[in-house]
Design a protein. Sequence first.
Length: 188
Amino acid sequence: MPPFLRAVLLIICTTLTLPSVGVAQGDYWEFGDWRVMVDEVDTGEDLRRTCTMVTGGDGDMSAVLTISNGDAGPPDYFPELMISDHAIRHHSTVLKQDAPLYLHFDDEDVIDGSIIQYIDAEGFQHAEARFPQAHSQWVLLAMKRNNQMDVMMNNTRVHVFSLSGFSASYLKMVDECGFTDMGVLDRP
């Protein structure tokens, strides 16, 4: 094999094995349809950990929960669910500013949210759906007890999120950032 091809093959193999380094370092886990990621930043005064769990993405909407060990957390303050929607250049997001939005769960529970739509500096359109912080614990409990979560806009389903792996992901996220699962999972 020519040296050039050998070098290209070595680069490809090295690149393909890089994600396993993150797993070995313990900053990425998958549970069902959810992923948990932990980022650490040394501020010079302390080690700040940001723990995020997400499902979806890869061109589709994503459901995201984030918590940081430098902020208040469970059981006093619960992470706020955000639905994130991104469009390719010259296209619009599915979620539209000020459109009526709610989440619908298997057990027929619903919660209203609001959409903020914006265009970034590169010209890409983004939208975020958020739900009242005062209802964050209720949303998490609904996510725990159901199998799927439908995103409804103008009374039409625009996306479905699987909740498979939610409880394990939530436990990992709060544990990695030094918080308890009390108020959501309530394990003994």
